[in-house]
Design a protein around this ligand. Structure first.
Ligand SMILES: Cc1cc2nc3c(=O)[nH]c(=O)nc-3n(C[C@H](O)[C@H](O)[C@H](O)COP(=O)(O)OP(=O)(O)OC[C@H]3O[C@@H](n4cnc5c(N)ncnc54)[C@H](O)[C@@H]3O)c2cc1C
Length: 414
């Protein structure tokens, strides 16, 4: 496969470059650090030009008193977290899956993918933290919306529209985000045991007045990958203003279950989250994102399709988001220890039956599952795409919420 051409224009060159691409009606893919271009639905042609925002790497403005930060889209997430940390603040988002091997990616990529992890339990998703956006449309026209408004585009809430747009509507050039104070006290609680008892505890937590930062479910396979007993587990992230209140939270939770609750230091919690986020290993054959009703995350873990297959599941139960990874092959009959497309198709049916969905972010070569199913709003999504990108230049073939026909060739790989 031909490698895509990656252009890295300076901020001052960007508009002219996009206008030139428009004049030629050339297909191109907006990008950040280009760390995860091939994940999800394929782009055609696979070698279409990539326009990276890597040169847009400045923190433009941080107002600690207002809890806002304005950054250029290509800025690495780590750079932003480090700068905020020096002021006792942070962006309340998880490190993206695969950060150990691929890096955390850019802020623009985070917004363009719109994906979240366990911190969503308490802090909601990236789209809820986004208060302003700057972008370049396919025709080279720049626009801004929300906080730090220079020119607004009436009619659409551009921040939410571009969150999860996967590069299909325009190139994000800058974003303004809400920041949070770093909690003075943090700890973790690890509870392992039978799913029925964990479910009871999880349900109690969701209805309690406690506000954990995360309530993550792990499958036995993921627990084993972290060197723990191969049993389901609940991993809680707790935050508090002082040590006394933290101890009270831990005691209140422990009082609700007969299972042992292991208190984790922030460092140990971080180590376990790194394992759930893929560690330093190269991306696996299968990487899936499952969305289910929050109360049904445990039901998913109990699904017959999942038993006996090496699927490592980590779920932020409060929001019903589940990350799953597995080794695999593209054959209907899986090699021992591997997951096959039929099993993933069954799993998708199970998610749909539970009122949820399954997104295929990565699959073995030769496997041709749709990255996502058609969203009920497909017609609306296509009309919006036409308005933003009338020549169909951006991320051609990939439109979130619009299924591609089976047999579509694979997209570019970073
Ligand atoms: C908990 C968690 C888990 C995640 N897991 C995954 C995962 O498994 N797979 C995954 O792909 N992502 C995942 N993400 C999203 C992840 O944040 C982004 O993929 C990552 O930030 C990509 O950064 P990048 O700069 O390398 O983007 P790139 O690899 O360059 O691009 C990624 C996507 O974003 C678009 N894009 C990037 N920058 C821009 C921009 N400036 N304007 C418009 N579009 C742009 C690209 O077109 C492409 O579709 C996860 C996020 C979280 C919080």
């Amino acid at each position: 496969m031909t490698a895509p051409e990656i252009l890295q224009p300076q901020a001052t060159e960007l508009a002219a470059l996009v206008q030139a691409l428009h004049a030629e009606a050339r297909p191109w893919l907006p990008a950040g650090q280009a760390s995860r271009l091939g994940w999800g639905a394929a782009v055609t042609p696979p070698a279409c030009t990539v326009v990276s925002s890597r040169a847009l790497g400045r923190i433009l403005e941080h107002n600690p008193g207002d809890f806002t930060i304005r950054v250029e889209a290509g800025t690495p997430l780590e750079t932003v977290q480090q700068a905020l940390g020096e002021q006792g603040q942070w962006l309340a988002v998880d490190r993206p899956w695969g950060s150990g091997a691929l890096g955390g990616g850019s802020i623009g990529g985070l917004v363009a993918r719109g994906l979240t992890g366990g911190y969503r339990q308490r802090y909601l998703g990236i789209r809820d933290q986004l208060i302003g956006i700057g972008l370049i449309r396919a025709d080279g026209v720049s626009a801004k919306a929300g906080g730090q408004v220079v020119k607004n585009v009436a009619g659409y809430d551009l921040m939410r529209l571009f969150t999860g747009s996967w590069g299909s509507l325009g190139l994000i050039t800058e974003v303004t985000l809400r920041t949070m104070p770093l909690p003075p006290q943090r700890s973790g609680l690890l509870v392992q045991g039978p799913l029925s008892q964990l479910t009871h505890l999880g349900e109690w937590l969701l209805g309690s007045s406690l506000t954990p930062e995360r309530i993550d479910w792990w499958s036995p396979a993921l627990a084993a990958a972290a060197g723990l007993a191969p049993q389901p587990l609940l991993l809680l992230g707790l935050a508090s203003v002082d040590a006394l209140t933290m101890a009270e939270q831990q005691a209140a939770i422990a009082a609700q279950t007969a299972l042992a609750c292991e208190v984790l230091t922030p460092e140990r919690l971080g180590e376990l989250l790194a394992v759930a986020g893929g560690g330093a290993s190269p991306p696996p054959a299968w990487l899936l994102r499952l969305g289910v009703n929050p109360a049904r995350a445990a039901l998913l873990l109990a699904a017959p399709e999942l038993q006996g297959i090496p699927l490592e599941l980590g779920a932020g139960s409060g929001q019903g988001v589940v990350w799953a990874r597995a080794p695999g092959d593209s054959q209907a009959t899986a090699a021992p220890g591997a997951l096959n497309p039929d099993q993933v198709a069954n799993l998708r049916r199970r998610c749909l039956a539970l009122g949820g969905h399954l997104m295929v972010l990565s699959q073995p070569e030769g496997s041709l599952l749709n990255a996502w199913e058609d969203a009920p709003s497909r017609a609306l999504i296509e009309r919006i795409k036409d308005q933003f990108d009338c020549l169909g230049q951006l991320a051609p073939g990939r439109l979130p919420g619009v299924a591609q026909p089976a047999g579509h060739p694979p997209g570019p790989h970073a």
